[in-house]
Unconditional design. Structure first.
Length: 167
């Protein structure tokens, strides 16, 4: 774990067989976010959503009840956060400022998430860059969680609800 007030960054990318438009919708539709955004065996719930620059959403990610360790930042099994839309450039870019709902100063502060969607032959390169990650979140854990979410996103748009908008 980083010491002091060090804040780190991570970057993940994945080519997904879907259009930029379908992927942009998956990032800006609360029903879609609830399905794919939570990593691994976690589940998600969007509490409120306001699609505009300056707006944003509040979301909870829930750890499975089978987990033997309390890992939540907000409560034993919950990571709740608020995301504020800083930039929305359909269908290419989304920038969010994320703040965890926590009393633990090691998880507090604003973390930035930049999503870029670049058309490629046969799909779209989805890149997610996090900066100013709170010091108690290990970069390798953030990368693993983001990779898991990208896998779920790919399944969502390639096989699930996003299929009609894919290539």
């Amino acid at each position: 774990m980083p010491g002091g007030n060090l804040r780190s960054s991570t970057r993940n990318s994945k080519c997904i067989r879907a259009s930029q438009e379908a992927l942009y919708r998956a990032f800006t539709d609360p029903a879609a976010l609830a399905v794919w955004l939570a990593p691994d065996a976690m589940t998600g719930e969007v509490h409120r959503f306001d699609y505009r620059v300056g707006g944003g959403y509040e979301m909870s990610l829930y750890y499975p009840s089978s987990d033997e360790t309390d890992r939540g930042k907000t409560s034993a099994r919950e990571d709740r956060y608020t995301a504020r839309f800083v930039e929305l450039v359909p269908p290419e870019r989304i920038v969010e400022a994320i703040t965890f709902d926590t009393v633990d100063p090691a998880f507090s502060g604003e973390m930035m998430m930049e999503v870029t969607l670049e058309a490629e032959e046969g799909g779209t390169m989805v890149s997610i860059f996090f900066k100013d990650i709170p010091p108690s979140i290990r970069p390798e854990d953030n990368e693993a969680g983001t990779a898991s979410s990208l896998e779920r996103l790919a399944r969502y748009v390639e096989e699930g609800a996003g299929r009609s908008a894919s290539f």
